[in-house]
Design a binder for this molecule. Structure first.
Ligand SMILES: [Zn+2]
Length: 453
């Protein structure tokens, strides 16, 4: 658990342990998953040393993690009684009000930070914008959008999409209450007027084929829905090939240059290698196994594939961005083709391993990855997938608003959990033979079944 509050130790009468030791014991219990014990220690500590604001802060954090937001609010308020204006506590109290749907209170709470450096941060400005009263938004910004609105008013598709949203309004109620009216109006503007996502067809669930969904979240142009049959979470409207191919994001030179440092980081390559090694070790397979033929879907700049080739494997792959594929060939002389998964036509099924890191969540049809991997692999060959697998719907709002791993990532077309990705394997002819969870990421290893599929 992150230490969110500054320490301010006070003596604790009647206890052999000082408050810091008790706090450490509580955090250790929480870290080991003994939440009730950790909570009890923190409560005892708060009672015995009521001015020790750090214990109130951690207690609040623990309650938020369990979805007990009302109780957390009381703890944050206690922190602020002890330490008036403590920025972290003000921010988290605002978040707690926001999670409860009390956007006005959240807005007023965030405003208390005015004049402090944190007030100028992007994070806080996003929060303020999300809970700014809707009437102010309409008045200040709506009028400026009128010319833009005029241009879409001549499109029949706009009226169909708007009518559909109005028709679905009763079923969108809980998601609107969660994100706030302003965020919903922003969604209507971005999806209907600015980006016209109604050009992209509505699709059945990629996993089970179901066509009944519940609305979970709105963020800018994205409406996140969940299949009522299987639980798969997805953006309701998806560009063909996914958003980053559609927008040409990874064709841009400045993006490629900007990502070079992150993707070349030996620590990243090492952690990925260790993750795969661990899964194979459980199967008594030494990975990377010299002589294996491996195929990467979404090679990026090719650093990981190049490391496997250096280890004695034969590697090939595809990359949706032509600029990135060229980079792989130019820098590492890799056998990487610029093509989409959809267009890939595997000629032979002789690969030992098909793998992919953080690609499947970008696909409009994740099932295509399984189909193509099945065509590429020899019988008994392996399919490895790593993707974010946070249970976003159960996490605090700030996790859902995370622009990397949350619903707010505009490039992510699907939001997997362990429960929604694992069923793909048997459905497409694989036995799921290993998994891991590392921070926000889930790893999955499947083995192609021997029989005909
Ligand atoms: Zn489904």
């Amino acid at each position: 658990m992150i230490h969110l509050f500054f320490y301010d130790l006070v003596a604790m009468p009647g206890s052999s342990l000082n408050p810091q030791d008790q706090l450490d014991a509580a955090l250790e219990a929480v870290r080991l998953g003994r939440l009730a014990e950790g909570e009890q220690i923190l409560k005892d500590l708060s009672r015995a040393a009521p001015d020790f604001h750090d214990s109130w802060g951690h207690l609040a954090h623990l309650l938020v993690q369990q979805g007990r937001i009302e109780e957390a609010v009381l703890c944050y308020q206690k922190v602020l009684e002890i330490k008036p204006g403590l920025p972290e506590a003000v921010l988290l109290l605002g978040d707690a009000f926001y999670s409860l749907g009390q956007h006005d209170r959240a807005y007023r709470t965030y405003l208390q930070l005015k004049g402090q450096p944190v007030f100028e941060s992007k994070d806080l400005q996003i929060r303020l914008a999300r809970c700014e009263p809707a009437w102010r938004l309409l008045l200040q910004r709506g009028l400026r959008k009128l010319p833009e609105l005029g241009r879409v008013l001549v499109s029949p598709g706009f009226y169909c999409a708007l009518g559909r949203e109005l028709w679905l309004l009763p079923r969108s109620g809980s998601a609107i209450r969660l994100v706030g009216l302003k965020a919903y109006l922003a969604f209507l503007y971005h999806s209907l007027v600015r980006e016209k996502t109604w050009h992209f067809p509505l699709q059945h669930c990629d996993l089970c084929g179901g066509n009944r969904f519940e609305v979970l979240f709105f963020h800018r142009r994205t409406k996140v829905v969940r299949c009522l049959s299987c639980g798969l979470e997805t953006a309701e409207r998806k560009p063909p090939e996914g958003q980053d191919v559609f927008s040409g994001f990874f064709e841009r030179e400045e993006i490629i240059v900007g990502l070079e440092e992150e993707w070349s980081d030996p620590a990243l390559i090492d952690v990925r290698l260790k993750s795969m090694k661990g899964l194979f070790r459980n199967l008594d397979i030494d990975f990377p196994s010299a002589g294996w033929k491996v195929f990467e879907v979404g090679c990026g700049q090719g650093q990981f594939l190049a490391s496997l080739v250096r280890a004695g494997l034969t590697g090939a792959g595809i990359e949706g961005s032509k600029a990135l594929a060229d980079y792989c060939v130019r820098k590492y002389s890799l056998d990487v083709n610029a093509t989409s998964l959809k267009a890939l036509q595997p000629a032979t099924a002789n690969y030992d391993l098909v793998y992919t890191f953080h690609v499947i969540e970008h696909l409009d049809h994740p099932s295509e990855l399984f189909q193509k991997a099945h065509q590429l692999l020899r019988p008994g060959g392996y399919l490895f997938i790593e993707t974010p697998t946070l249970e976003l719907d159960r996490l605090p709002l700030r996790n859902r608003l995370d622009e990397k791993t949350g619903y707010a990532n505009p490039e992510h077309m699907h939001f997997f959990t362990h429960g929604s990705l694992a069923p793909y394997f048997p459905r497409y002819g694989f036995d799921l033979v290993g998994t891991y969870q590392y921070l926000s990421n889930g790893g999955f290893l499947g083995r192609k079944q021997d029989g005909l599929f």
